[in-house]
Design a binder for this molecule. Structure first.
Ligand code: ZN
Length: 478
């Protein structure tokens, strides 16, 4: 499914209306039956379905105990034979891990091994970039991660293309303004923001180049962009393929990583440092700094667990059980395993990545050419958006015409496109505007029903019409 289709699906669902169908959406990537990639993904999906249905036939407690009890025990025992020496920042990192895990009641991420590793590392990296206001955060999802990373700070605008998970983010009150945005069509005037963040979301977008161009357009001269992405080493650091090969299942060996790429995003490719450097320069950025994070052993370790999880389960299948009192022992032992096993790797991550010049992810910062805008570092607690002219800088994502905020929708002055506002969040994607238009047309088409009483009065006042009407009624009654 493309982003447009997902958006429209969600929008229709929120109005309890049937889906509008793929015809409304933009171009569909489709499944190319002849492509090796698609065949590979299809094969792995079948393998997954099979393993899930076999598991489903067993007692369901087996799955949660295996993933959160047996598998961690195995991994932890393996690691105890290759311990890392302690690092300086151990206590600080352990605290950061504990803090991330403490939100297990509200989000799924504390039960996801690779998320824990990525986000603790990303917190350190993103917080090293001063938050100069106004700032924009692209792709916040359910808000749990951004709330964790930016704790104590308030980015001016928080955004995500999808409205469903995004509704949760508002509970954290982490942003001065919230809206739905497609990172390839940002609905703000050029030179609006001093800082743009994108925490591990660019890998979900079809065209990374288009995102870089848009981030550059909305940044003020001298403004900073900071984002993270999977590196070109990611596929080879996913161990499931190697495991399949080692077991003699050669046909499956490249399927797991392709399946993940298909699941994670529309682009199906990872960029190298070189490619990023060229693309950043072409988009008009300078002073690009690119560093790896999540060292190979940590990545393999987390990904082995995650891929087995993926092969057996839906990500959230065990959440209710793990949060319940019945599985408290399992939850606590899993969190103990996470804290004791991950902390040494997380504390030494920069050093470990540097030694081999690779890692599972990139952290990238760059500056838009031009004079630095006056730096106004944000102090915790002061309303970031107070001085930001939100409505004055909003534009239509499709034509970049001036957008005017109304009660129910945001209307483009130039092309007339109307973007719906749901729960005070403007949905600034053409896909939502199209779905909204369709729904309004649909309602308008049924408006004739309101004239029914008047028609009935006309009929009743004319005796001959009444007779015709009764004749027909009797005919149909028989
Ligand atoms: Zn427009």
């Amino acid at each position: 499914m493309t982003l447009d289709e997902i958006c429209q699906e969600q929008f229709c669902k929120s109005f309890k209306l049937p889906s509008l169908g793929a015809s409304v959406a933009g171009t569909d990537r489709g499944v190319d039956a002849s492509s090796e990639f698609d065949q590979s993904v299809h094969r792995y999906k079948q393998f997954r379905e099979e393993s899930r249905s076999r598991l489903g036939a067993l007692d369901s407690a087996g799955g949660v105990e295996f993933l959160y009890g047996a598998l961690p025990a195995l991994l932890q025992s393996g690691l105890s034979s290759c311990k890392l020496p302690g690092a300086e920042r151990m206590d600080e990192v352990r605290e950061a891990v504990t803090e991330f895990l403490s939100g297990y009641e509200e989000a799924y991420q504390p039960f996801s091994l690779h998320d824990i590793a990525f986000k603790v590392l990303e917190r350190g990296l993103f917080r090293s970039v001063p938050m100069v206001q106004p700032s924009l955060d692209l792709g916040v999802g359910n808000g749990y991660v951004s709330n964790y990373i930016f704790r104590g700070q308030m980015p001016t605008v928080g955004s995500d293309p999808l409205m469903a998970p995004f509704q949760f983010h508002q509970e954290y009150r982490r942003y001065a303004h919230s809206l739905c945005i497609d990172a390839t069509q940002i609905p703000f005037e050029r030179d609006t923001f001093a800082t743009v963040y994108m925490v591990h979301s660019i890998d979900h977008v079809r065209d990374r180049g288009a995102v870089l161009a848009e981030m550059h357009r909305v940044l003020r001269p001298g403004g900073t962009v900071a984002f993270s992405d999977l590196s070109e080493f990611a596929p080879e650091l996913m161990p499931m393929g190697t495991l399949c090969k080692a077991m003699g299942l050669d046909e499956l060996s490249s399927d797991p990583s392709r399946f993940f790429m298909d699941m994670a995003g529309e682009s199906r490719e990872f960029w190298s440092i070189d490619r990023y450097r060229k693309a950043l320069a072409a988009a008009g950025f300078e002073d690009a700094r690119i560093q790896y994070f999540c060292s190979p052993r940590l990545a393999r370790f987390c990904w082995a667990w995650f891929e087995i999880h993926l092969a057996m389960n839906q990500m959230d299948a065990h959440l209710t059980a793990l949060r319940s009192g019945r599985y408290r022992h399992l939850r606590e032992s899993f969190f103990d395993f996470v804290t004791s096993s991950l902390t040494p790797f997380l504390a030494r991550d920069a050093e470990l990545c540097g030694a081999v010049q690779r890692g599972f992810n990139f952290f990238i910062t760059a500056r838009k050419q031009g004079a630095s805008s006056p730096a106004v570092p944000h102090a915790p607690g002061n309303g970031a958006g107070d001085t930001f002219d939100f409505s004055g800088r909003l534009v239509c994502p499709a034509c970049k015409g001036k957008a005017v905020i109304g009660q129910e929708s945001v209307r483009c002055d130039r092309c007339g496109m109307q973007y719906p506002v749901i729960g005070s969040v403007p949905l600034m994607l053409p896909a939502y505007a199209i779905a909204y238009g369709r729904i309004r047309d649909e309602l308008a088409r049924h408006r004739w029903r309101r004239y029914l009483p008047a028609i009935r009065m006309c009929v009743l006042r004319r005796p001959w019409l009444c007779r015709v009407f009764n004749t027909f009624r009797q005919m149909f009654a028989r």
